[in-house]
Design a protein around this ligand. Structure first.
Ligand SMILES: [Cu+2]
Length: 491
């Protein structure tokens, strides 16, 4: 509901007037100002150094207000951690700063950001970061690639105001994003955004699990469903219920709210809507364009929007992706709880909290347990072994050794045309059964890393190795279940 016209200072207009005044007053101003107007944001000088405040969702760091551009140090740590998608459903999230979405970064136009990306030593995979607010190749991705136990550093100057997505861009990119590696970085205009009473950070993401929605236990990522865009969960802030019940965001009647809404995807576009509210202002796609009096705004995958509204009456307002099955059946539902005096003129009703959650928190009852299945049958022909082996590979080995067995330089050795693999079949079986540490040389390149023990049945090991040996130019050996059982019992 609208109270007053939002005041908007288009920074380009401001700049234009600034330039005009400069010309009229016929120079003699200080050199800094001249450089700035001549070069645009690139010329904005930075004073002092400052450590960026980073917040986890739904919190947002304090406004930059009227502060000058600074050298802003961002310390971001990548953590791979098990978390809960919903009651009884576990998922291993890959995160920027330990949360999904990752820590919110708030900058001001002209800031020189010195970005430190740390990959925790307990992590299994290399990562990097592509910030859409960066002007430069890969948005920082190539400069920030970092292996577990290492740290990288790069800098950039923020030149364009707006709300931007950042995400991991390490291959397979879709998988890193699907596991939660995204967040928002805000670049405030010189004069700052107009003040509001409450600001919150909400980011949508779609998740793909081996089991169906609600299947219990630790659910691995499902590549096939991700490729097919067949999401099991569509959620705000990383999990079902992150913004409902006690986790709801709050406000008081009469306050103005600003939501920084992002969409990490990887696949789905969000039709963002707040049930019972009208956005007084939408900063469309997080840019300079302002739309007013909007019911639902599109937030593209890898994009954002800023929505602002005043709350006039108390009650629970439901945040949804208005592709509505996602809200009621897959988790894309949050709550804004507003307290205060009723205003019968604006709304007369009879209100019921939670009225919009008739089907619970996004979990549908699934009568049969499909948790296991899949590899229970026994493969008979070589072709079947290849098929089952490929499924195991895509589920278990693929994250490190990559889709075509090509590996990742300096991190994961190739399985394609691997001289190490082809030289000794029993050794390969042992590696899959027990893991591997210490230096090895594969195709002339040295690796000294850790492959954890893979929790697979003898048949799964036989099938996955048969698949690998019969793919990508390897030596076409067939591995049987009894060969694996024999190694397991004797080594
Ligand atoms: Cu990553």
């Amino acid at each position: 509901m609208k109270s007053k016209k939002p005041f908007v200072l288009l920074s380009s207009t401001g700049l234009f007037i600034g330039v005009l005044l400069m010309i009229l007053s016929a120079c003699s101003e200080n050199k800094e100002a001249e450089a700035k107007n001549y070069l645009g944001p690139e010329g904005i000088p930075v004073s002092q150094e400052m450590i960026a405040e980073l917040t986890s969702p739904p919190n947002v760091p304090g406004p930059t207000g009227r502060r000058k551009a600074k050298k802003l140090i961002v310390n971001m740590e990548v953590l791979e951690e098990e978390g809960e998608m919903t009651d009884g459903v576990k998922y291993v999230y890959w995160t920027f700063g330990g949360s999904v979405p990752g820590s919110f970064i708030r900058t001001k136009i002209g800031d020189e950001v010195e970005f430190h990306l740390k990959n925790h030593p307990d992590n299994k995979l290399p990562h990097n970061i592509d910030l859409h607010a960066v002007t430069g190749p890969g948005g920082g991705a190539t400069s920030s690639f970092v292996a577990p136990g290492h740290e990288t550093q790069f800098s950039f100057k923020v030149l364009n105001p707006g709300l931007y997505v950042y995400h991991c861009a390490t291959a397979p990119v879709g998988m890193h994003i699907a596991n939660g590696m995204y967040g928002l970085i805000l670049v405030e205009p010189e004069e700052g955004l107009p003040p509001v009473d409450k600001e919150y950070y909400v980011m949508q993401g779609d998740f793909y699990t081996k089991g169906e929605n609600g299947d219990r236990g630790l659910q691995p990522f499902d590549m096939k469903k991700a490729v097919d865009e067949d999401a099991d969960y569509v959620v705000f802030n990383g999990k079902v219920g992150s913004l409902t019940g006690d986790n709801a965001i709050t406000a008081n009647v009469g306050e103005t709210i600003r939501l920084y809404v992002g969409n990490g995807g990887p696949n789905l576009v969000s039709s963002f809507h707040v049930i019972g509210e009208i956005f007084d202002v939408v900063r469309v796609e997080g840019g300079d364009l302002i739309n007013e009096n909007v019911q639902t705004t599109l937030v593209p995958a890898g994009g954002a929007a800023i929505v602002e509204f005043k709350v006039d009456v108390p009650g629970t307002f439901i945040l949804v992706d208005h592709s509505i099955f996602r809200a009621f059946n897959k988790g894309a539902l949050g709550m804004l709880k507003v307290q205060g005096e009723e205003n019968k003129k604006i709304y007369s009703g009879k209100q019921e909290e939670g009225v919009y959650q008739p089907e619970g928190s996004g979990i549908q009852e699934m009568p049969v347990d499909k948790g296991v299945a899949q590899t229970e049958e026994t493969a008979k022909s070589l072709q079947e072994k290849m098929e089952f082996g490929k499924a195991t590979y895509m589920r278990t080995c693929f994250a490190c050794h990559q889709a075509e067995g090509q590996g990742i330089p300096n991190a994961f050795p190739p399985l394609a045309k691997s001289d190490y693999l082809n030289a000794d079949l029993n050794r390969a079986i042992d590696i899959v059964l027990h893991g591997k540490t210490g230096e090895i040389t594969v195709n002339g390149e040295k690796y000294n890393s850790v492959m954890t023990k893979q929790d697979l049945t003898d048949e799964e090991v036989a099938n996955v190795l048969t698949y690998i040996y019969n793919s990508w130019g390897n030596s076409k050996k067939e591995v049987t279940t009894s060969m694996v059982a024999n190694r397991r019992n004797t080594h």
